[in-house]
Design a protein around this ligand. Structure first.
Ligand code: NAD
Length: 514
């Protein structure tokens, strides 16, 4: 960190060392609209250095037993937990979310991610069968892609991967991890932890808008016992350093969480190298509320599922379908509860929502509301914050109120496109079949919620929804062992205990005739 009056200046973390960059970009505090930090504007050169470090660290790290790697991860989880308050304050300042949310969700979940994969890597088994007529033994092992696996079809030939030193098979490879700005440390650790637990060395690129907690985590890696070069973090923009990482021929695997247009670019850049891809993308998530729903639970949960983290969670509800018989009652109570959802400066303990990530994003979100109004929709509550209620230094912050739109057609862009802000649409429906068809009528398929006391109905509807995740009578309760991911344009692949392990390793079938 630079002197007290100077801006905080981040550095890349390569081969276990902080390395300055020759160019920087400004990072803004969303709650004031002022620059408060400088982030390295890395490019190809920094990616080359990180690949070299990851290559050198790979044989040693991948040859360690899962138990040894697990111990390192447990230590890292403890260190993150000890820094919880400091990390929560930093995450809130960098992202605009409330400190309360960062303290209760983001950082605890980052700790949980690391601890979860420290444990789960010890519990994977492989398949074995002797059922063929020749009586051979067939079994699977997980081996690195780097050895004789994914090779570039053009561009520079990668260096041959050195064989691991110990006897057991190392399930590792060099992984490129790209994460977004909405849940910075939460989503970064969701990738780093399973990747290194499985024996990979990694190069991570957090969002240029929210790089601070990743940089803070780097300071804990050595103490946790992560050897130099196992985790390299290179900061900068998507088009510059993100593309350099994706296009690098020695990085055969990319785990990406972000938007669908960026995913298209990543697919394009990865295609010549046949890279293994995991893509966790956006959503346009429906909540389906049947007339027998318990509204006392449903309303506060649906307000939360619509507006938590300023609506900047890929799993947030943005289309609420309510059975016509309870539509008016629901709407009245929902709007009333939304109006009580306080927008405030991130340190305000009573605030439920802080500032949006950037000026550009705030303008984009507002443009959707303008469009809805021009189409004849009604805005029941929301839009601008009364800036007089904010301290003087926060007058330029990117705040807006949680917004509820009604009388809107399913064809409207507000009902089709991901807004990724505190905006939700409420519309009536008549029948089960109709609402399933309407819920499925968008290009996304990430998460859905269904509210009903009829057990048969929730099973039936959940099964028919085109959605990677369906929550019934709840939202955002996660079991990390089970698959997480989206259908259709919401992504390719799944993450979670076994799924992450399978993604970060390559399976091989071996047949022994005896
Ligand atoms: P984004 O696609 O703009 O950026 C995501 C990351 O990709 C950032 O690190 C960015 O710098 C990088 N990037 C951008 N262009 C790139 C390029 N050409 N090559 C390589 N990397 C590039 O997304 P965002 O605005 O940061 O995040 C919001 C999006 O993320 C939303 O669509 C949201 O739904 C999605 N998201 C999905 C999940 C999920 O688990 N499915 C979770 C969180 C966010």
């Amino acid at each position: 960190m630079a002197g007290t009056n100077a801006l905080m200046t981040l550095e890349n973390f390569i081969n276990g060392k902080f390395v300055p960059c020759n160019s920087y970009i400004d990072s803004y505090d969303p709650s004031t609209g002022e620059v408060y930090c400088r982030v390295p504007n890395s490019g190809k050169e920094e990616i080359e250095a990180a690949v070299e470090a990851a290559r050198a660290a790979f044989p040693g790290w991948s040859a360690r037993s899962p138990q040894e790697r697990s111990k390192v991860l447990y230590r890292l989880a403890d260190l993150l937990e000890q820094s919880l308050e400091e990390l929560a304050q930093a995450e809130s300042r960098d992202q605009g979310k409330t400190v309360t949310l960062a303290r209760s969700m983001d950082i605890p979940r980052a700790v949980q991610n690391v601890r979860f994969f420290a444990s789960s890597v010890l519990h994977h088994t492989s398949e074995c069968t002797q059922a063929d007529p020749a009586g051979c033994v067939h079994y699977t092992v997980r081996a690195p892609v780097g050895i004789g696996g994914c090779r570039p079809h053009r561009g520079a030939e990668p260096q041959p991967e050195p064989e691991p030193e110990s006897g057991h098979l190392p399930p590792g490879l060099k992984a490129g991890l790209i994460s977004p700005w909405n849940l910075p440390l939460y989503l970064l650790t969701w990738k780093v932890a399973p990747a290194i637990a499985a024996g990979n060395t990694v190069i991570a690129k957090p969002s240029e808008l929210t790089s601070v907690t990743a940089w803070m985590m780097c300071k804990l890696l050595e103490k946790a016992g992560v050897p130099p070069g196992v985790v390299n973090i290179v900061f900068g923009t998507g088009p510059r350093v993100g593309e350099a990482l994706v296009a690098h021929p020695e990085v055969p695997l990319i785990s990406f969480t972000g938007s669908q247009p960026t995913a298209e670019r990543i697919i394009h850049l990865s295609a010549p190298h046949c890279k293994k891809l995991s893509l966790e993308l956006g959503g346009k998530n429906p909540a389906i509320i049947f007339e027998d729903a318990n509204l006392e639970e449903c309303i506060p949960t649906t307000v939360k599922s619509s507006f938590a983290n300023q609506g900047e969670i890929c799993l947030c509800t943005s289309r609420i379908f309510v059975q016509r018989s309870i539509y008016e009652e629901f709407l009245e109570k929902f709007v009333e509860a939304t109006r009580r959802w306080k927008v405030g400066i991130p340190s305000d303990p009573l605030a439920s929502m802080g500032a949006l990530i950037s000026k550009a994003h705030l303008e984009k979100v507002r443009s959707y509301i303008k469009k809805a109004r021009s189409e004849g929709a009604q805005i029941l509550c929301g839009e601008g914050v009364d800036t007089l209620s904010l301290p003087a230094k926060n007058q330029g912050g990117y705040f807006m109120l949680p917004t509820v739109i009604t009388h809107i057609k399913d064809e409207s862009c507000c009902m089709k496109e991901e807004i990724f802000g505190p905006v939700t649409c409420v519309v009536p429906f008549d029948s089960e079949e109709e609402v399933i068809q309407r819920a499925n009528s968008v290009k996304y398929g990430l998460a859905a919620t269904v509210w009903s006391c009829n057990v048969g109905r929730v099973h039936r509807v959940a099964k028919k929804l085109q959605s990677g995740l369906v929550w019934t009578n709840c939202w955002l309760i996660r079991e990390l062992n089970l698959p997480f991911g989206g259908m259709k344009s919401s992504g390719v692949g799944r993450e979670g205990g076994k799924d992450s392990y399978e993604f970060f390793t390559e399976v091989k079938t071996i047949t022994i005739k005896h």
